[in-house]
Design a protein around this ligand. Structure first.
Ligand SMILES: O=C(O)CCC(=O)C(=O)O
Ligand SMILES: [Fe+2]
Length: 417
């Protein structure tokens, strides 16, 4: 098949999937993938993983991703990189992760470049730190809107670059239109074209050997022994907080809760908006941040439910509750399931102007929502019963907006990917 023929065939397969003709779409992708079309193999792998309900189907999906990676297709290497960080389906090796990321960066994969920039800014050598703003420029030019938003903040503040308030203003305006929570433009400074005046400088120091430093973490200060309530301030950098908010912010939707009968419903207990980072929405650095949160929890990331991003606007709250699920929602450990929610980590991604504390009424403790800190606590006692003192509430936001993300850890492996 010629390149034009195969790209037509790929478009046709995508159209079938969009029209919900799933079996036909998968069949068309399979034909192309079997002709060694790397993009078709990648798309097929992703589609199989999205519809997979058991380990065998996941295995088939990953097989297609490996095929695409072996053919040198960077998006497949990228997905394998973050999948390996969960350590369920793919064995984990720091050296392989570093090689995959370096490969994706050389191929100018936008999300890999964005991840590299955020990683180097905090953990890179001085030369990598200085170069990281150029990597954000390149990632943005290649289509990463998150990199664009992070770049705008660097230009506004002058972090690892000279300030350029007029360009920062234009970028902030675009990022806000996309639904990202960036500060408003400063009208005094005017507006300059958002694109860089000169192309970003060439860079080829893709040494990711410092990656393990990104996931090292301590739980912090213990505030209550029986509840295992810990507080760790300064856990995430300002840029890491913005990275998480910009990744999920455009897609938050009204939160649902699970009632005592196991039904999902919109209700008055939890009035926030949220977004779940399902496997297809993950990124390498987001997974590294989750590994860091898992390290602070003392549990493997594979025991966590998907990371949830939450946004509360004034008046919104999460009324007093415990994080344990209704029994109907739990497959017990004895039956081979992931079991109950055991431990929660909450990361505070901004500091609201007023309100939004996390209150533990039975402990008479309140944790102020402060950008960059994490709180951690247990929902189960040592004997497996509900931890009574874990009762907690997200207090109403009084002024401004509150952004947090939460990881709920189960008793056993929960993630399939
Ligand atoms: O908003 C908060 O401070 C608490 C959030 C919470 O309790 C939860 O997500 O389970
Ligand atoms: Fe909670």
């Amino acid at each position: 098949m010629s390149i034009t023929d195969s790209s037509h065939a790929l478009h046709a397969a995508h159209a079938l999937l969009r029209d919900n003709r799933i079996a036909e779409g998968l069949q068309a992708l399979t034909v192309l993938a079997n002709q060694n079309n790397a993009q078709a193999a990648f798309d097929l792998g992703n589609a199989l993983l999205m519809f997979a309900t058991d380990a065998a189907q996941i295995g088939q999906g990953l097989q297609r991703l490996r095929q695409a990676e072996a053919a040198g297709y960077a998006p497949a290497a990228y997905r394998m990189a973050y999948t390996s960080l969960v350590e369920v389906t793919e064995t984990f090796d720091w050296r392989v992760l570093a090689e995959r990321l370096a490969f994706c960066c050389r191929q100018q994969h936008p999300n890999a470049l964005c991840d590299a920039a955020v990683f180097f800014a905090r953990f890179g050598t001085p030369a990598q730190q200085r170069a990281s703003t150029g990597l954000l420029e390149l990632a943005a030019l290649r289509g990463s809107t998150v990199a664009m938003a992070l770049l705008g903040e660097r230009l506004a503040i002058g972090t690892l670059c000279d300030t350029d308030p007029a360009r920062a203003n234009s970028i902030r305006r675009i990022a806000a239109q996309l639904g990202m929570p960036v500060p408003p433009p400063d009208p005094q400074a005017g507006f300059a074209p958002p694109e860089p005046a000169t192309p970003p400088p060439a860079f080829d120091d893709w040494d990711f050997s410092a990656l393990p430093a990104a996931v090292a973490a301590e739980p912090g200060v213990c505030l209550d022994g029986p509840t295992q309530l810990y507080l760790h301030t300064g856990f995430l950098s300002d840029e890491e907080c913005l990275y998480i908010k910009c990744l999920g912010g455009p897609d938050v939707a009204p939160s649902v809760s699970v009632d005592e009968n196991g039904r999902q419903q919109l209700n008055q207990i939890r009035t926030s908006h949220d977004f779940a980072f399902l496997p297809e929405f993950e990124q390498v650095y987001l997974n590294l941040l989750q590994r860091r949160m898992a390290a602070a929890a003392g549990l493997p990331l594979r025991q966590a439910e998907p990371l949830i991003l939450l946004r509360y606007t004034p008046g919104q709250e999460y009324r007093p509750h415990r994080d344990v699920l209704p029994p109907s929602h739990v497959i017990p450990v004895e039956a081979g399931g992931a079991g109950q929610r055991l431990r929660t980590v909450i990361a505070y991604l901004n500091t609201p102007e007023a309100g939004g504390e996390t209150a533990f009424p039975l402990l008479e403790r309140t944790i102020a929502a402060e950008q960059g800190r994490i709180a951690r606590f247990d929902s189960l006692d040592a004997d497996g019963g509900t931890c009574r003192t874990s009762l907690h509430a997200g207090m109403p936001v009084k002024q401004g907006v509150k952004w947090i993300c939460t990881l709920w850890f189960r008793q056993r492996t929960h993630r399939m990917l």
